[in-house]
Design a protein around this ligand. Structure first.
Ligand code: GLV
Length: 320
């Protein structure tokens, strides 16, 4: 009998076909709505593989239901939705999708930086509301990007790709990371800085760090106060790296200039969330890697990881 794989979202036929040659595939039939927890718990009981998204919480309770599970393939680079230590203890392999989404996510980070600095959504709203009355000297003036200083917190693949883009804009790049990234320093002239030095010096602070216990609320009241009054915070990591209440207070009282956010503490963010009432916030709905090609590559890679583990091979990208 073919091993069973549970796929938690409706995906293109190509992915279904890729898996069904080797597996019996259960696929949740909705694209926009995540699989209900009760359905996932029922389906995972006899599954050998789980193909999941960041919307699924894979905790010890769920794993208790899954006595045959060999592999969890997350269609994302981040895997804070999965209890990694329990998987490791139970010999369940976990894979993610690094590399394939690096450029697309760095593009979004830079797009958010530019849209926030140059107040592009505000400009569009102004036209839509018929409030563009005249050209005026200081109308919708924002912040310069070229020659400004970009501080990158988390200099991994995406951070390095962002630094390359910044170099094209003749920006100074400083970064903070657990360890020095000599390659990024060589390629884009990025300079290592202490965390506080980065906050004090940067015109743009961009968060690209994984979300862990250590990075929970990495940016809070004290950190926001260390930033320049003209600084812009960009978050494309996970919402939990920023204390949203403290961010709201800092933006409201102009302790920092603006924020560009792709991720939130609770997703999807409610349209009534206080942050969205502020004109100095630009928000996108967690679309860092959302280009057609990249999402297809991520799905193909995730399916490949499952097949590799089920065939007794080492998957290309193993977390544990
Ligand atoms: C998306 O947030 C990812 O981790 O790939």
């Amino acid at each position: 009998m073919k091993p069973k794989v549970v796929v938690t979202r409706k995906l293109p036929t190509e992915i279904y076909d890729q898996l069904s040659k080797r597996c019996q595939v259960y696929m949740w039939e909705e694209e926009e709505k995540p699989i209900p927890r009760s359905e996932l718990e029922a389906q995972i009981k006899d599954a050998a593989a789980l193909f999941c998204m960041i919307t699924e919480t894979v905790d010890a309770e769920l794993l208790d239901q899954a006595q045959n599970l060999k592999v969890i393939a997350n269609m994302a680079v981040g895997y804070n939705n999965i209890d990694i230590s329990t998987c490791e203890a139970r010999g369940i392999r976990v894979t993610n999708t690094p590399g394939v989404l690096t450029d697309t996510t760095a593009d979004l980070a830079f797009a958010l930086l530019m849209a926030t600095a140059r107040r592009i959504p505000e400009g569009m709203d102004t036209i839509r509301r018929d409030e563009w009355n005249n050209w005026s000297p200081f109308f919708l003036t924002g912040q310069d990007i070229s020659h400004a200083t970009l501080g990158i917190i988390g200099m991994g693949r995406i951070g390095s790709a962002l630094a390359k883009r910044a170099k094209g804009f003749e920006m100074e790049v400083v970064y903070n990371n657990r360890s020095r990234n000599y390659e990024a320093e060589r390629i884009s002239g990025a300079v290592f800085a202490s965390f506080d030095e980065l906050l004090e010096k940067s015109d743009y602070v961009c968060l690209l760090t994984p979300y862990t216990k250590e990075t929970h609320h990495l940016i809070g009241k004290d950190e926001l106060q260390k930033m320049k009054k003209t600084a812009i915070l960009i978050n494309v990591s996970r919402g939990g790296t920023v204390d949203e209440e403290a961010l709201y207070a800092a933006l409201k009282s102009n302790d920092i200039y603006a924020a560009g956010l792709d991720v939130f503490e609770g997703e999807p963010i409610a349209s009534t969330h206080p942050l969205l009432t502020l004109s100095n916030v630009v928000a996108t709905p967690h679309i860092g890697s959302a280009s057609v090609n990249t999402r297809m590559e991520m799905a193909r890679m995730t399916a490949r990881h499952i097949l590799q583990v089920l065939n007794g091979e080492d998957p290309d990208h193993l977390v544990v």
